[in-house]
Write a protein that binds this ligand. Sequence first.
Ligand code: GLO
Ligand code: MG
Length: 346
Amino acid sequence: MRNRFILKAKAGPSGVGAGVWNLGPGGDPFGGPTRESIPILERLPLLAEAGMSFYEAHDHEIPPADAGKAAKIAGQLGLSCAMYTPSFFADPIFKDGAMTSNDAAIRGKGLENARTAVDTTVALGARTMVFWNGREGFDFVLAKNGRDSFKRLVEGFNAVGQYARKYGDKVRFAIEPKPNEPRANMYLANVGEVLYLISRLDPEVQPLFGVNPETAHSRIAGLDYIWDVELCLEAGKLFHIHLNGQDGQRFDQDLPFGYTEPLKDLALLVVLQDAGYADFICFDVKAPRTDSVENIQDILTVSGQNLVWLWERALAVDRSKIEQFRAENRPTALTGYLASCLYGTK
Ligand code: GLO
Ligand code: MG
């Protein structure tokens, strides 16, 4: 087993995590699996072996009935659950969304699954439950009334928040924005939309809701993830973060962290360090279709190593130099300084 990846001097948990779904069988919309599907609970030792300290899972991967078994296996491996999440996208009944479905019965089912997922989050010992906006959106104009959809999201999150209050501060929610895929247009497309939605929740539950920004999702939207993360921090709502890479504005790739934009990644880590970010850092990457099952962990070890290297380089960035370049209005020279921190030898 390789050593766990550890982020030096990080506030809060200093290990890193990944989703059990990151180690899938390699299917894509154009072709079936390219390698055997590893049973979900057997992926936990693979995550630990690849240097992860935390795992994440959906309710269709670790259903409530398997929570006890999962927690036991994870405990033996020294892994803990960073977050749990109800899947509002896999089951065909959610083909047009859960909370924003036009069908009240489906909205009810979404809510029921969300409440059950709150209990499972607590059973797994996680503090954070993520809501990814999977199929909450539309492919055809006027197929949904956008204003009604927004109200339904507010009602849905208010109801789940009320339910979670019985656990006090044991559980909280991080909403993960994404602009498109699988829907052509997704509600809660970016950090700003999520923060606006949170501002419309009941004051009683509002403190329970924050954001789980994902670096690749910002890039798919053509946005800068450093500012997206700064905005979450400014709002006091950076509850969780998903790191990965994205090669331009195209389909969602979930590439290794640090592969596509290392300089931006370095800058992001400077921002997280300076904010004293004390919550979880997890990868949301996808073992590519072309990797064989023997090498399925490469996506995690490459991401983990890149993160540790970049984190340590970020610690060494001289903040006073950043201030100086700002004061002198020399943004180009500032990028050169960051490049020297990244590529320089001394
Ligand atoms: C997909 C999302 C997805 C979520 C996951 C956890 O693009 O990134 O992987 O992170 O469902 O909520
Ligand atoms: Mg994600």
